[in-house]
Design a binder for this molecule. Structure first.
Ligand code: SF4
Length: 368
């Protein structure tokens, strides 16, 4: 690529902002949450978009607004309905916190989403990013967002060598974002910077010739655009081995609710337990059934293996069906578990890997 003209951003900030905003006005994707400044809709989108692709979020966003059209509807909804609407999006603490925050808005702020940074930031699950995004986009308040896209763009534009995934570099990226923010149009400016990262200044293949701010890009000028941002080496993700069992008695199965706090909190699941890699899965299932139900399950059928990756570890779950004899002790299901009819499974919220267990179960019971 021929060398382009280069101007330091700091020497031409107003021009840089104007060029970015002009590009954004012409090229922004027509996403459903961009059609309104309603703080609730923007908040919904920002919570869903954390760790999740835009294309995945769109149908969830639209359905969510039908079920919970405003903050009051969310605040009064049962947690199971909230988790069911979130089912498949992952990172369920986002849904639990959002539900809790809706209750706080009703209780503390008379149902009005607060415009004050400290008040909004104090709500459950609201971090610096969400506060800046919602307050700038919905209310035009001058707070700069910093997410993965923004860090990448800033690292390239300004040649920042700090690792983008180093928590210690958070302050530096925030300072730089604050410095270049257009305080007259903070919502559009924040979205423009994120849009540039998502559609032009992409991780592996930045489209520098098509970039509206290439003349200000120190990374491009120094031909470092594909080397930046720097990143700390990722740790190897450990693999955990688990066994899950679907206890079946006539047309009923056992599910249990996970504790409200922690990973997948509040979701339902089939009884599951970890095992050492060398332990035979069948023996572990036998022990699990004995400790939870006592004797009575005489037929054990492997249904398959389900794999899933979380942020910090992966799981590989061997799934078994355990069919009970007529005298199966239905009353000995542990406190947080219950027998339900198979047809009721779809009314409970499950994590992704449990939904795959349900698929395996249905396939086994009805192979056609
Ligand atoms: S010129 Fe290239 S590296 Fe620089 S901001 Fe634009 S797309 Fe990113």
């Amino acid at each position: 690529m021929p060398k382009t003209t280069f101007f330091k951003i700091t020497a031409r900030l107003p021009r840089f902002r104007a060029d970015l905003l002009t590009w954004y006005a012409a090229h922004r994707r027509p996403l459903p949450w961009r059609q309104s400044r309603d703080p609730y809709r923007i908040w919904v989108s920002e919570v869903m978009l954390q760790q999740t692709q835009v294309a995945t979020v769109i149908p969830y966003f639209e359905k969510w607004l039908q079920v919970f059209p405003d903050i009051a509807a969310l605040a009064t909804a049962p947690i199971d309905q909230v988790l069911k609407s979130w089912e498949g999006l992952g990172y369920y603490s986002r849904a639990r916190n959002f539900h809790r925050a809706a209750g706080e808005v009703v209780a503390r702020h008379n149902g009005e989403i607060p415009r004050d940074y400290a008040a909004f930031r104090a709500l459950s699950g609201v971090g610096d990013y969400t506060a800046a995004a919602v307050l700038s986009i919905a209310f035009g308040l001058p707070y700069a967002v910093v997410d993965g896209n923004v860090k990448r763009v800033l690292a390239r534009l300004l040649v920042l060598e700090a690792a983008a995934n180093d928590p210690g570099a958070k302050i530096l990226f925030q300072e730089k974002a604050d410095q270049i923010l257009d305080r007259n149009h903070p919502g559009d400016f924040n979205q423009a910077l994120m849009e540039l990262g998502a559609t032009v200044c992409k991780p592996r293949t930045p489209d520098c010739p098509g970039c509206p701010v290439r003349v200000y890009c120190a990374g491009l000028h120094g031909q470092m655009q594909t080397q930046l941002p720097n990143r700390l080496a990722a740790k190897k993700t450990p693999l955990k081995h688990q066994v899950a069992v679907v206890p079946l008695w006539e047309n009923q199965v056992v599910i249990r609710r996970r504790p409200a706090q922690g990973l997948l909190g509040g979701l339902w699941e089939f009884p599951v337990v970890e095992r050492a890699e060398t332990e035979p899965a069948k023996r572990v299932v036998g022990d699990l059934l004995n400790s939870e139900f006592g004797p009575g399950f005489d037929r054990l059928t492997p249904l398959g293996t389900v794999k899933h990756a979380y942020t910090h570890f992966k799981i590989e779950v061997s799934v078994f069906l355990a069919e009970a004899t007529d005298s199966a002790p239905r009353s000995t299901v542990s406190e947080n578990g219950k027998w339900i009819n198979i047809s009721e499974l779809e009314t409970y919220p499950f994590s992704k890997y449990n939904l795959r267990i349900i698929e395996l179960l249905r396939k086994h019971l009805d192979p056609s």
